[in-house]
Design a protein around this ligand. Structure first.
Ligand SMILES: Nc1ncnc2c1ncn2[C@@H]1O[C@H](COP(=O)(O)OS(=O)(=O)O)[C@@H](OP(=O)(O)O)[C@H]1O
Ligand SMILES: Nc1ncnc2c1ncn2[C@@H]1O[C@H](COP(=O)(O)OP(=O)(O)O)[C@@H](O)[C@H]1O
Length: 268
């Protein structure tokens, strides 16, 4: 992919080089093999660098969460900021929402690729792909879409906590479900990107032929045809037509990259 004209504080180098350099970054607390040995043996010698709790009982009150009873949150000494230092970026969720055919997956993949080449760790959570595994038990009725979004929101939150720039691309048609995902994260860590393209454009693309099936009644409850889509009201980024033209994938990517850069996500 051609380099985008976005100002970057990082030089454009191969990810392998970046990876190698990061493990040697000064000031980052990484336990080397030697350090692990100093802790009482290398691989296979018991706990090694892993800190374990050998307490005499619970350290804080247990609680009930959802259907889980008597559970206790366990904190680890290495936290999100340590991981962010290691990666040289801020973990966050870029949530791309819009109609089928609006370009969500195209943007997600192009953004991931561009960030990767700039030395940033990303992970794409794509609605279609997740329905092949994690969410294979869910249909497209409203309550299943809500559960789909809830699960992906929770997974995205874990990726952000890992320090990763997580790019979620799902139709996510209901405002309430998207807002619930936003509420899982500190506000600035959820970046909502609205693919604001008219149904007419999305339907004309129809790369999978699904709109055609929906129009002839062979698919019921298809978003935009006989199922609702609620656009964001206060999202962070809107990708839309300009002078009657769709922005190119490169331009869409540039828009999101600029936002990430200007808001400090591309440094720890
Ligand atoms: N009824 C109906 N409505 C909308 N979309 C449908 C439907 N049936 C199948 N598909 C295909 O499923 C993809 C959307 O999955 P998502 O998990 O993103 O949907 S949702 O967020 O739960 O609404 C969507 O992928 P994209 O085209 O990439 O958006 C479609 O290919
Ligand atoms: N900015 C764009 N300009 C022109 N075509 C696009 C653009 N974005 C996506 N497309 C094309 O539109 C179709 C749908 O894109 P896709 O990313 O699969 O959408 P979604 O994931 O929202 O369903 C694909 O054939 C893709 O190549």
């Amino acid at each position: 992919m051609a380099s985008l004209s976005v100002p970057s504080t990082l030089p454009r180098v191969s990810p392998a080089v970046v990876g190698a350099a990061r493990w040697r970054r000064p000031g980052v607390r990484v336990r080397s093999r030697t350090a692990a040995a100093a802790l009482g043996g290398g691989c296979g010698a018991g706990a090694g660098g892993i800190e374990q709790h050998h307490g005499d009982g619970p350290r804080s009150p247990v609680s009930n969460i959802g259907k889980s009873t008597n559970i206790l949150w366990h904190n680890c000494p290495i936290g999100q900021s340590d991981r962010q230092q290691l990666l040289g970026q801020k973990g966050c969720v870029v949530w791309i929402t819009g109609l089928s055919g609006s370009g969500k997956s195209t943007l997600a993949c192009a953004l991931s690729r561009e960030l990767h080449y700039r030395g940033h760790l990303t992970y794409v959570l794509d609605g279609d792909n997740l329905r092949h595994g994690l969410n294979r038990d869910l249909s497209f009725k409203a309550e299943d879409r809500a559960e789909n979004i809830r699960r992906v929101g929770e997974v995205a939150k874990l990726f952000a906590d890992a320090g990763i720039i997580c790019i979620a691309s799902l139709i996510s048609p209901y405002r309430r479900d998207r807002d619930a995902c936003r509420a899982l994260l500190p506000d600035s860590k959820f970046i909502e990107v609205f693919m604001d393209f008219p149904l007419k454009i999305c339907e004309a693309r129809d790369p999978k032929g699904l709109y055609k099936l929906a129009r002839t009644g062979k698919i019921k409850g298809f978003t935009g045809i006989d199922d609702p889509y609620e656009p964001p009201v206060n999202g962070e980024i809107v990708i839309k037509m300009k002078d009657g033209e769709c922005p190119s994938p490169k331009e869409m990517t540039r828009q999101v990259l600029c936002y990430l850069e200007e808001n400090g996500y591309l440094q720890a």
